[in-house]
Write a protein that binds this ligand. Structure first.
Ligand code: C5P
Length: 213
């Protein structure tokens, strides 16, 4: 079984994806980490000549060893760098192959990101599109960062999320929209347990329908 989970920054898709992968015993790939690792590799060249070429080379050289420093990869600044490399076509192409290989491993997989249901796994068995309003997303991300001991400027964080949303929505190579056959789950008013229960119900129902029950 392949499950695709998409949604905007801090929509709760990462936590939900982890819970679903654990529930169904599927290997999980957080595809945002790939873009973040590429962004981090070229941070010194941000907004300078050579940024694109360096990002393409970093994407082609990417392997699992670049995905270890979760603290550095998941900070807000790296999210902005990720959205800057994510608009470069050849970067997406290099990461496409990595994601496809993960998705098609025997036994299935769960991938979360922005374009999983539209571009990476249009053939996924179940597609979920997670959304939540911008303020709720900012507050969740702020609490995550605070839990890690980081000091959070909520105003700046809100703008970073909006900036990232805007760049993502304008991404010409994106596909950052809900696939026609994706199930919409709005988590604005749900805590993680309720959101996970709702997502499991969607997956079970979809798989039962597919099996003809
Ligand atoms: O999901 P996360 O917030 O970690 O993603 C960071 C950035 O990576 C996104 O804002 C987006 O620009 C890019 N991304 C992407 N395609 C994906 C996952 C993430 O372009 N499948």
């Amino acid at each position: 079984m392949i499950i695709a989970v998409d949604g905007p920054a801090a929509s709760g898709k990462g936590t939900l994806a982890e819970g679903l992968a654990c529930h169904y015993g599927l290997p999980h790939l957080d595809t945002g980490l790939l873009y973040r690792a590429v962004g981090l590799a070229v941070a010194d060249l941000e907004d300078q000549p050579g940024f694109e070429e360096a990002a393409i080379a970093a994407a082609r050289a990417l392997d699992a060893s670049h995905l270890q420093d979760i603290e550095e990869l998941t900070n807000a600044r790296t999210g902005v760098l990720a959205s800057k490399v994510a608009v470069i076509g050849p970067v997406r192409q290099a990461l496409f192959d990595y994601q496809r290989a993960f998705a098609t491993q025997p036994g299935g997989a769960l991938l979360d990101g922005r374009d999983i249901g539209t571009r990476i796994c249009p053939d996924a068995d179940v597609k979920l599109f997670i959304q939540a309003d911008s303020k709720a997303r900012m507050e969740r991300r702020a609490r995550q960062l605070e839990k890690r001991g980081q000091v959070v400027d909520r105003y700046a964080l809100f703008h970073q999320i909006e900036e990232r949303d805007a760049r993502d929505m304008a991404n010409p190579h994106g596909g950052f929209y809900k696939a026609d056959d994706a199930h919409l789950l709005d988590t604005t008013l749900l805590d993680i347990e309720a959101a996970l229960r709702a997502a499991i119900a969607i997956v079970d129902r979809t798989m039962a329908l597919k099996a003809g029950h």
